[in-house]
Design a protein around this ligand. Structure first.
Ligand code: 5AD
Length: 433
């Protein structure tokens, strides 16, 4: 029998990328990059902001004609938008056959067979499903760096955030499964893992805490590097910091979303820390790991944000000097408490604040990157640079992209690069033999 083809598009966070690998691995279908060739199309979606969820709909819209031409084509939506709107999507999108929530991936093969055999439409979005973490979810793609999920869902209650609604309560993965999956990845050429979870450092299982997890993963011999994301400020512990300092494989980078520099806004966001306590965490991290790179997420225009609140965010950015940051305009998400507020900040003001903040961050980032000129960075080579195959691209411990001329045979190895140029989003340099 001829093999059938899956065309899969992925939007959103690392968790979605990881889930897409699980989808690819769970079905008995060849992967195609050409939707025209596909028997099954799945769009793995993100609901974090309104724009992301609109993208899901426009992306699905593109398959209407294909479905009209080929009625046997199965069109599915997966991920957080699938979870958020559930069954309603079938009404809204007549050419849709499948709605698959993030906790339902293990049921995918069964659901596809039903759709094919019984010519039915299928929805699976229960969050009570017992999540099954496979230990080989990786889809062979020759990558040096791979994600390993250590946690599903989120137990925090940030007032703006849709994640707990669409990904359910926190479930932590057992230590041994994480270790087994990491070892499996090494047999496929992977040399670096990024442990992922919505609040990755709140991980605890089998009597172990996150700091222990870092040390245990670091014991795996052939593994060169460990990263993790995203950390939640209140869950940064001494144990975690010491593990970062003492296990040489653990990279010196933390992504630590602060969201705002105003205590008033932080309280409304239900972030459970203050500007002062956040700064204490930064201090503790820098005392133990002086070269640590700290990156963050910020939201501007949270309902009720005044000029003064916003200025406090700018002050915080200047004080911490984040290596880089991701900043977003507040977007009301259905069902979240913050979406109920009647104190919305006008779009024109949010736009202005976002631009201002991003300009300040850009200056800090470029200044810090230019300071690296002349230093020697250890870079794990990930493969040919996209623009020029005679250049290799990798990352330093601080999670910065470093490009340098060199042969592809360096892929998967740690090399020394002397930095000659510091740009906004990357560094360039020369390979040292
Ligand atoms: N509006 C804008 N940004 C949001 N984020 C999460 N929810 C919202 C929202 N409703 C941002 C936060 C988070 C990042 C992943 O997305 O900054 O850290």
């Amino acid at each position: 029998m001829n093999k059938k083809f899956l065309y899969l598009e992925t939007y959103g966070c690392q968790m979605n990328e990881y889930d897409s690998d699980r989808i690819r691995n769970s079905v008995d279908l060849e992967i195609t990059q050409d939707p025209q060739k596909a028997d099954v199309v799945i769009i793995n979606t993100c609901a974090i902001r309104e724009k992301a969820d609109q993208k899901a709909f426009s992306s699905l819209g593109r398959f209407k004609h294909l479905k009209a031409k080929n009625p046997n084509l199965i069109v599915g939506i997966a991920g957080c938008v699938a979870q958020l709107y559930g069954e309603k999507l079938l009404k809204k999108i007549p050419h849709l056959d499948l709605v698959l929530g993030p906790r339902a991936i293990p049921s995918l093969p069964k659901l596809l067979t039903q759709i094919e055999k019984e010519k039915m439409r299928n929805v699976e979005t229960s969050l009570d499903l017992e999540e099954i973490f496979e230990v080989e979810p990786y889809h062979e793609n020759g990558k040096v760096s791979a994600f390993v999920s250590v946690q599903q869902g989120c137990n925090k209650t940030c007032s703006y955030c849709i994640v707990p609604f669409v990904r359910g309560k926190e479930i932590n993965r057992p230590l041994n499964d994480i270790l087994t999956e990491t070892k499996n990845l090494l047999t496929k050429g992977v040399r670096e893992v990024t442990l992922i979870g919505q609040t990755v450092n709140s991980w605890k299982a089998n009597g172990y805490k996150f700091g222990d997890l870092l040390r245990k993963v670091a014991e795996i011999k052939e593994l060169l590097r460990i990263r993790f994301t995203t950390s939640y400020p209140r869950d940064v512990t001494k144990k975690m910091i010491y593990a970062m300092r003492e296990a040489p494989k653990v990279c010196h980078h933390i992504h630590l979303p602060v969201q705002s520099g105003s205590n008033r806004i932080l309280a409304m966001m239900k972030r459970t820390y203050t500007k002062e306590s956040y700064l204490d965490i930064i201090k503790a991290l820098r005392e133990s790991i002086p070269d640590i790179a700290i990156t963050t997420d910020l939201i501007v225009g949270f309902p009720g944000e005044t000029e003064q609140d916003f200025n406090e965010t700018l002050e915080l950015i200047k004080e911490v000097e984040f290596d880089t940051s991701f900043s977003f305009k507040f977007s009301p998400r259905p069902g979240t408490p913050a979406a109920e507020s009647n104190k919305l900040v006008p779009e024109i003001i949010s736009n202005k604040r976002l631009a201002m903040l991003q300009n300040i961050q850009k200056e800090i980032t470029i200044r810090k990157n230019q300071k690296k000129v002349g230093t020697v960075e250890e870079v794990l080579v990930e493969g040919e640079s996209r623009n020029d195959p005679s250049w290799q691209s990798g990352r330093n411990t601080h999670n910065q992209i470093v490009n340098s001329p060199g042969p592809l045979s360096l892929k998967g190895k740690i090399v020394n690069v002397r930095i000659s140029e510091g740009l906004q989003n990357s560094l360039r340099g020369e390979l040292l033999q």
